[in-house]
Write a protein that binds this ligand. Sequence first.
Ligand SMILES: [Zn+2]
Length: 397
Amino acid sequence: MNLRDDARALSGDLVQLRRTLHRIPEVGLDLPRTQETVLTALDGLPLEISTGSGLSSVTAVLRGAQPGPTVLLRGDMDALPVAEKTGLDFAADTGRMHACGHDLHTTMLTGAAKLLSAHRDRLAGDVVFMFQPGEEGFDGAGQMLAEGVLDASGTRPDAAYAIHVMSAGLRSGVFGTRGGPALAASNVLKVTVNGEGGHGSMPHRAKDPVQAACAMVTALQAWITRTFDIFDPVVLTVGTFHAGTQQNVIPDTATFHATVRSFSPEAQRKVREGSPEVCRGIAQAYGVEVDAEFVEQYPVTVNDHAEADFVAHTVREALGEEFYAPLPQPLHGSEDFSRVIAEVPGAMLTLGSPPPGADPETSPNNHSPLAVFDDAVLADGAAVYAELAARRLTKAA
Ligand SMILES: [Zn+2]
C-alpha cells in the first residue's frame, strides 16, 4: 500500500474539511458542530463509532481483517478564545479561533481513518481513532481516559501517537520528535495571603499581606535557581497579582497565581512539594496566614524512546530523509496527550506548518491571532498517522 499517494489523492477533500472546521471553532469540552462535522466525514467508513457522554468526543475503531494488537491515534479538536486576525478568506469571525491548528489535527486523523479503512484487509489488529475535545486546559484526554478510550477496541493499545502542527519554528512539512521528555508539565501555584488590614500610615498596627506576598514572589525565583539542576529546568512565572483598593489602605488579603513548568517527573514532584512550603515559610516570618495550593494541570509528556525511534524511521522511509528533523530539546508547551502515553507507550510528533513563503523564525506562533497554518501539510499528516498505525500493526504481528 502506498498511503502517501492515496493521501495526496484525498488532498482536496482534506483542505475543504479543514477550512470547514476552521470556520466553526468551538472551545472546551462541548464541541457539537465540530463533532457533527467529524461524524459526517467518517460516515460510510467501516468503523465502530461511539461518542462521549461528558464531552463531545468521537471514538472510532477500525477492525483489521486479521486479529492483532491495537494502535491508538489521537487528534484534538478544540479551538481557543482568540479573535482571529489572519484575514484569510475562511477565517472565523466568532471571537474564537483555531489558533493552535487543532482543525488540522482533526482533518488529518479523519484522513487517516479513510486511508486505513481502504486497506482494512491488510491490517492485523485494530486502530482506535481518538477525536478529543478540550485539550486547551480542559483535560479532555483525562476525561476520555475516564470514559474508557483505552478499552475501546477491547484490547489495550500497544502504542499511541499524536501529531501537533506548529505555525512557527519548524520548516513546513517537516516532522520531528524525540525520545524522553517532549513537552513540559504545566501547573498553577495559587497563593492567597491573609493579613490584617489597616491604615497605610500605621503598618505597625496591621499585618501587611502585600509586603509578604511580594517577598514570596521574589523568594520563589531565588528558591528555583538554588534548588533545581539547570539541566532539568523549572520555569515559574507569576502572571497575576491582586491586592488592595486604594494607596492609603492596607488590605486584608493579597493573591497571586503563577504558571509552573517542569520537564521531568522528579522536578515536577519537587516543585509541587517545595513551592507551597516556600510561601508558608515566608508567611511565618511575616506573621501572616497563607493558603498556597499547587494545582497540577498536565504532567510532562514523555515519549517512549523505542516509539520515538520508530516514528523517525517511519517518516524517513515513508516520506524521505528531508521530511524528518529530530527535536533537539523539549517544547515549552504542555499537552494532555501526556496522560495517554503515561498509560501506553507512544510518542508525540511535531509537524512544521508555517504558511508558504513565511520565515519559520518570524512567522506568528501557535495561539497568536495571526497564526496561519499551511494546508499543504494535511495529506502528509494523514499519511504519517496512517503509516504509523499500519507499520506498527505489521511490526507487532
Ligand atoms: Zn495545541
